[in-house]
Write a protein that binds this ligand. Structure first.
Ligand SMILES: Nc1ncnc2c1ncn2[C@@H]1O[C@H](COP(=O)(O)OP(=O)(O)OP(=O)(O)O)[C@@H](O)[C@H]1O
Ligand SMILES: Cc1ncsc1CCO
Ligand SMILES: [Mg+2]
Length: 272
């Protein structure tokens, strides 16, 4: 199999329509996410036009997963109570057909989150989103990155991403300078973004929440996930142009998520 699969052509007009329908639907995104990025993630969702609810306690998370538009399960700080909440939310989301996103943060050497990620990957997530090192671990062909950071390239994880997608039935999204989104048969690269997203915390974690926000907006999860990445990248490019460094990038990014129009997304998105 070649390192890079033939690209699937997606009309940029579809990205614009999906952004429009995400905002029109104002999805309620339940986030079970890590303690570092919770506030930033909620702000990113609100700026984009979605709603956020960090309902992550046992006894509540399952009930809420049945009502939410979509769910994010991010393994960044997986304490025992959060692990119980996540299991409850995954079971309820599955029963209620609520789409959900798995972000297997920093798996590899860390035993608890690595086995939890394998458990959840086998529970039919709609999307698995991670950096290249995380995707390689989940596919069974890597040892992990450096904490939450990747030590592998997107190209090095491309084959593993397709295999993981075919095995789990999930759309797999791999982030980096160029993002790769695949369902195992179709692959799309999203260019753009900003290295500033790696100089603030939560650049990848909030992208997982945006993927969850877009899932109810299009029936094809590959199209929804590509639209989410293209939107996020376009906003980051615009924010970088308006900022001096990480400190001013973060609020400029929220502004750009709020201001970016479907027409601007259609005109500036670069896919291959
Ligand atoms: N060099 C780069 N140029 C442009 N965009 C980038 C670059 N590196 C990462 N990105 C973008 O940053 C976002 C986060 O990707 P990254 O791979 O850093 O996630 P992550 O490692 O999971 O982050 P987190 O620390 O939140 O877990 C994505 O939108 C990606 O496209
Ligand atoms: C820094 C950090 N540590 C655990 S989760 C997290 C947020 C970025 O992934
Ligand atoms: Mg990450």
């Amino acid at each position: 199999m070649p390192a890079i699969a033939p690209s699937y052509f997606l009309d940029p007009g579809v990205l614009a329509e999906t952004l429009d329908s995400m905002r029109a639907g104002a999805p309620l995104v339940q986030c079970l996410t890590n303690a570092v990025v919770t506030n930033f993630t909620a702000n990113v969702l609100l700026a984009a036009g979605a709603s956020a609810a960090m309902v992550d306690f046992p006894g509540e998370s399952g009930d809420f997963a049945a009502l939410a538009s979509s769910v994010l399960v991010n393994l960044g700080t997986p304490g025992s109570e959060q692990r119980a909440s996540m299991r409850e939310a995954v079971a309820a989301a599955t029963a209620a057909h609520t789409p959900w996103v798995l972000d297997p943060v920093a798996i590899g050497a860390l035993r608890i989150r690595t086995s939890l990620a394998h458990e959840f990957a086998a529970a039919s997530p709609t999307v698995i989103r991670g950096n290249p090192s995380e995707i390689l671990v989940l596919a069974g062909s890597g040892g992990g990155g450096r904490g939450v950071e990747s030590t592998d390239s997107v190209t090095a994880a491309a084959h593993a991403a397709r295999q993981l997608a075919l095995r789990t039935g999930a759309v797999v999204a791999v982030s980096g300078p160029t993002d790769l989104i695949t369902d195992g048969r179709r692959s799309v690269h999203v260019h753009g973004g900003s290295p500033m997203l790696t100089r603030i915390t939560g650049g990848g974690c909030a992208l997982g929440a945006i993927c969850a926000a877009f899932l109810p907006a299009h029936p094809d999860p590959l199209v929804a996930t590509v639209s989410a990445h293209a939107f996020y990248s376009a906003a980051a490019t615009r924010a970088e142009a308006m900022s001096l460094g990480p400190g001013s990038f973060a609020p400029a990014f929220l502004d750009a998520l709020h201001l970016l129009s479907p027409e601007q997304l259609r005109a500036t998105a670069v896919l291959s």
